[in-house]
Design a protein around this ligand. Structure first.
Ligand code: SAH
Length: 353
């Protein structure tokens, strides 16, 4: 998008090379030209797809896990049923359908969605038209109630900074201009005390990524859970610690150059789950691969029950969707689940303490 290119070029010309996070934030959420602000990026006609868009089973099982955690904590009422970055609203809609028959759950639930994009808010309004919903732009505006929350592929969309180790210092990888084109450039190294925990597991020349917003959001959610009760299921691609350059651009389901097609491709990075777990004052679970998590919650039985009503192409695509969510060669291992829960409670089902 030409407008976004001009905005970013002017910025680099005025202030010099900028952190990857600043570039990413502008590309994704510029109020007029940002990627999420201007479109619904999901589905076959978009740029990428996500687990809830692949199969209803994903949201149904997440919903049952949250509802069991709610029952285990004494069915507090009222409570906040929240989602960070709800996309088209599909996941929340599946959660609500799966939990309809759990006595008291819907009566006690107040639904809150944290969404920055007004275009996607409209899509969520349509999908969830039969429910009363509140929207906020930031997690810290969620009410102080028990909170049961999901976030699928939300943290991977948060801007990251990149640092290359040089001795015991860290040189930030920034974005500048080379012959008028955006290019990666490396700033001089600085001590970066926030990265001292990465000195033991990295070597000279290694690249690590840091999301400035991720720990702030995790702390906010964890504080609410610890103070009022609740649980969070955070699902994303990544690992306990990230190492190396994972910045990725997707345009029409193909990887593309993150410095091109600005505002027209999705930019994400692997999630560093350790940072989320450490920032939260609540208890956290171990990291569970998505495939294992869904198997433990009974996806095989649910898949069989749904298959009984399908045949032909519908059945084939249902079988493919089950495989895609759980198989190690597809999303089963790359995607992980982290649970946050009160220190005095048991973790949500599907996860190990
Ligand atoms: N969870 C959905 C969509 C994932 S796409 C799914 O699984 O299908 C990422 C979502 O996060 C989008 O809804 C996007 O608009 C939202 N988002 C990205 N950055 C955000 C931010 N900083 N604050 C709030 N929402 C954000």
């Amino acid at each position: 998008m030409k407008e976004l290119e001009t905005i970013l070029r002017d910025r680099v010309l005025a202030q010099g090379p900028i952190p990857v996070a600043d570039f990413m934030a502008e590309c994704l959420l510029n109020p007029r030209f940002g990627y999420y602000t201007t479109r619904d990026p999901l589905g076959a006609a978009g740029d990428f797809t996500t687990a809830p868009e692949i199969s209803q089973m994903f949201g149904e099982l997440l919903g049952l896990s949250l509802a069991q955690a709610w029952l285990d904590q004494g069915a507090p009422a009222p409570f906040t049923l929240a989602e960070l970055g709800p996309g088209r609203g599909t996941l929340m809609s599946d959660i609500l359908r799966a939990t309809r028959t759990i006595p008291g759950f819907h009566d006690a639930a107040r639904i809150w969605l944290v969404e920055a994009s007004s275009t996607l808010r409209e899509a969520q309004k349509t999908t969830l038209a039969t429910h009363a919903i509140e929207w906020v732009e930031h997690a810290d505006a969620l009410p102080d109630h028990p909170i049961f929350l999901v976030a699928n592929e939300f943290f991977d969309a948060l801007p990251i900074r990149q640092f290359i180790r040089q001795g015991n210092g860290w040189a930030e990888r920034c974005i500048g201009l080379d012959n008028g084109q955006f290019a990666f450039v490396t700033a001089p190294p600085t001590p970066e005390s926030t990265l001292s925990h990465r000195l033991p597991d990295t070597r000279d020349g290694d690249l690590v990524e840091v999301s400035p917003d991720a720990p702030i959001i995790a702390r906010t959610i964890g504080e609410k859970i610890e103070a009022h009760g609740g649980a969070a299921l955070i699902i994303d691609y990544g690992d306990w610690r990230s190492l190396g350059d994972t910045l990725q651009a997707l345009h029409r389901h193909e990887t593309s150059n993150p410095l091109e097609k600005l505002g027209e491709s999705d930019l994400t990075a692997h999630v560093d789950f350790e940072v989320l777990a450490m920032a939260s004052p609540s208890a956290h679970t171990r990291l569970t691969p998505q495939g294992v998590f869904l198997e433990r919650l009974g996806i095989a039985q649910r898949a069989e029950a749904l298959a009984a009503h399908l045949d032909g192409e519908g059945l084939q695509s249902h079988i493919a969707a089950h495989r895609r969510l759980t198989h190690p060669a597809e999303m089963g291992t790359l995607f992980k689940v982290l649970g946050l829960y009160p220190k005095s409670a048991t973790p949500p089902p599907g996860l190990e303490p």
